[in-house]
Structures are given as structure tokens and as C-alpha cells.
Design a protein around this ligand. Structure first.
Ligand code: SF4
Length: 364
């Protein structure tokens, strides 16, 4: 049996006390698949076993952006499927809910449908819609007095976060304003260092569905941290980390390139597409010459440019045998193109729209 170090033991004890104190609450575990939320989940389950109590309700939530790094995406989805069976067999009162952004907010609907340029540091429109809003909206629907949200946040991850944590007398318990009121946040790994987080992953047994070696290999391959979705309060995704495979905020997707070097060659076409998209964004010929609000400056992609992006996505889907834009999203894209055709004609701006017909053939 592996030895558990003092800090980890302390986290389990504090979590055990928290569960005893709030056994009637609805506990919501925000899970991203990364090491921090995996460690938080493991500590939660270890504490639950120790507490020897019944919990009223526990929900594990995962936010699927639809453009996750394909390797992390497959790993997380396998885990969620296996965990569902494991929780049921162990009669653990945990339900799993996968959250997604509404169709109009999804990455390719915005880009191909509305012509949004792929995100940059100064125009990062994606983090809120894809990662933060679905979680915030789910939490906002719960009763704030009776909800505790478990987050895998650690001290010393960012100065901004440390300043916020320092305002509280108990690091483990924080408050978050969302929808109807203030919710309690519980942070089981707040005091743990990165090696202690890995200790938690390797030394605690539940859930067995969590493939710790696969997770470690992923991190080793990508040699980065994983921001994915952490919390409504989390900083935006940062460079050198797992995130969306489409992310053009970073100059180069280092983690994907490292994963390719470590043998995940099927990521190569995704990285090539991302690099192409970043260049395509910067060519003024592909953009309206006014913004949507009529002010000067590069605006959305022209309809021809959106068609070209869609053509490349289709080719990527064919070569990788994946679905990147699903039928529902294609339907919304078709309507958005029609709307843009009409509005451009109404404003009489020069355009390359060619036809005001709906883009027939998009929905497949
Ligand atoms: S990883 Fe990049 S594209 Fe994805 S939400 Fe974060 S900033 Fe946006």
C-alpha cells in the first residue's frame, strides 16, 4: 500500500469534516479531466468513504466544448463512461452530467456561421461561451443555500487567485456569486503542491475508472499543465497547456506538437488546420472591411472565406473520420449565412456574397 503524505492526509480530513457538516447539500464536482480536478475527485471519494455518512445528492459535471484536444477528449469520455458504471455498482450517489454550450455559441458555429475571427489575446470571445457559461448556468439553476461546488483549484497557481483566496479566513471554503445568490465553493486541493496532486492521483484508489497511468502519460507527452475548465472564476486558458485543438490564442500549440512527437501522429492534421486557420484570419482579403456595428476595421469573415473554412473542415472530417461540425450546428450555420446575406444586402456594403440564397447543401 502506498503511503499518504501529511498534506494529502490533511486535505482528506478537512474534506471528511466538510462532508459531515454539509451532508444535506447538493455537492457538485466540477471535473475537467486534468490532474487537479482528478485529484479533487479522488480526495472527495476518499473522504466520503471515511465520513461513513449518506450524502443527499452529488453531481459530477463535465463541460464538453466540442473542440477539446482529441486525445484528452477520448480519455475523458472513456473515463466518464466507466465511472458511471463504477458509481452505480458501488451505490455511490453520484450522477454525471455533461454540459455543452448552446449551439449558437459553439466554436465553429461562431466562426463559420457568424464569421467570427478565430480568437486572439485581444479578442478572446471563446472562453466564456465555451467553458465558463455552461458551468455557471448549471450552477445558477441550483439552490444557492443548499449547494457546494467542489473545484480543483490550488494556491500559488496565479497571483490573482492567491489575492482572492487570501481574503478568506478558511482557504478551503470560498464564496462564488452566481445567479440567485452566493454559493459555497469547497477546494480540497487548495494547499497541495503539484507533486502532492500527483500523489493523490496515484495513492488514492477511487474511482478505479480513472486511468492514472494514461493521465500521467498524457501530461508527460504534452509536458504542460491543463487548464481546461476549472471554475467560473478560473483564469482563461493559457499557453503551453491542453485546451481546444482549434486554439489560435497561442502562437503555437506546444502541447499538441509535443504529443505528436511522443507518437500521437493522428493529431497532425488537426494542428495543420489550426495553423492554417490562424494565417487565414490575418489576411484582410478574407474579412469584411467594416465591423458588424458599422465601425471601421477588419470585421467578420466574408461568406466566401467561411465557405473555404467549411470546405477545409469537411476535408479534415473525412481524413480523420471524426465529426467536427454536427448536423444541428450545420443547420444553424446555414441560417446564419442566410441572415448575413440579407443584412449585407440591406446595408448595401460591398460584399462577396454572390448569392442571397441559403447555402444549400450545408446540412448533411
Ligand atoms: S483553449 Fe483557446 S480556443 Fe479554447 S476556450 Fe481557451 S482560449 Fe478559447
Amino acid at each position: 500500500m502506498l503511503l499518504i503524505d501529511d498534506s494529502l492526509l490533511h486535505s482528506i480530513e478537512v474534506t471528511t469534516e466538510a462532508l459531515r457538516k454539509r451532508s444535506d447539500a447538493h455537492w457538485i464536482i466540477a471535473f475537467s479531466g486534468g490532474k487537479d480536478s482528478s485529484a479533487a475527485l479522488k480526495i472527495f471519494l476518499a473522504a466520503y468513504r471515511r465520513a461513513k455518512i449518506k450524502l443527499a445528492k452529488v453531481t459530477l459535471i463535465y463541460c464538453d466544448t466540442g473542440v477539446e484536444n482529441p486525445i484528452l477528449d477520448a480519455y475523458v469520455k472513456n473515463f466518464l463512461r466507466a465511472a458511471e458504471h463504477e458509481f452505480a455498482a458501488l451505490t455511490l450517489p453520484i450522477s454525471i452530467v455533461t454540459l455543452r454550450a448552446p449551439v449558437p455559441d459553439r466554436f465553429f458555429v461562431r466562426i463559420v456561421g457568424r464569421g467570427y475571427p478565430p480568437p486572439t489575446n485581444s479578442f478572446r470571445w471563446c472562453t466564456t461561451g465555451l467553458r465558463i457559461k455552461p458551468v455557471s448556468e448549471f450552477i445558477a439553476k441550483q439552490n444557492p443555500d443548499n449547494t457546494v461546488v467542489v473545484l480543483g483549484l490550488r494556491q500559488s497557481e496565479s497571483r490573482q487567485r492567491d489575492r482572492a483566496l487570501a481574503l478568506s479566513s478558511n482557504l478551503y471554503w470560498q464564496k462564488q456569486r452566481e445567479g440567485k445568490g452566493d454559493y459555497d465553493l469547497f477546494l480540497p486541493i487548495v494547499e497541495l503542491s503539484v507533486p502532492e496532486v500527483w500523489d493523490a492521483i496515484f495513492s488514492l484508489s477511487l474511482p478505479k475508472a480513472l486511468n492514472k497511468s494514461a493521465l500521467e502519460t498524457l501530461y508527460r507527452g504534452a509536458s504542460g499543465e491543463c487548464p481546461v475548465i476549472k471554475a467560473p472564476t478560473a483564469p482563461p486558458c493559457a499557453s503551453g497547456r491542453f485546451g481546444c485543438w482549434t486554439c489560435t490564442v497561442v502562437r503555437k500549440d506546444k502541447s499538441a506538437r509535443e504529443l505528436i512527437k511522443s507518437g500521437h501522429f493522428h493529431l497532425e492534421p488537426f494542428v495543420k488546420f489550426r495553423d492554417w486557420l490562424a494565417e487565414f484570419r490575418n489576411d484582410p482579403a478574407n474579412r469584411w472591411h467594416t465591423r458588424r456595428n458599422g465601425s471601421g476595421g477588419l470585421g467578420p469573415f466574408t461568406i466566401n472565406a467561411r465557405k473555404e473554412i467549411l470546405r477545409r473542415v469537411d476535408a479534415l472530417e473525412d481524413s480523420t473520420r471524426t465529426t467536427i461540425i454536427d448536423a444541428e450546428e450545420r443547420g444553424v450555420i446555414a441560417s446564419l449565412w442566410t441572415m448575413d446575406n440579407f443584412s449585407r444586402l440591406a446595408f448595401k456594403r460591398p460584399s462577396d456574397l454572390g448569392s442571397s440564397k441559403a447555402p444549400i447543401g450545408l446540412v448533411r
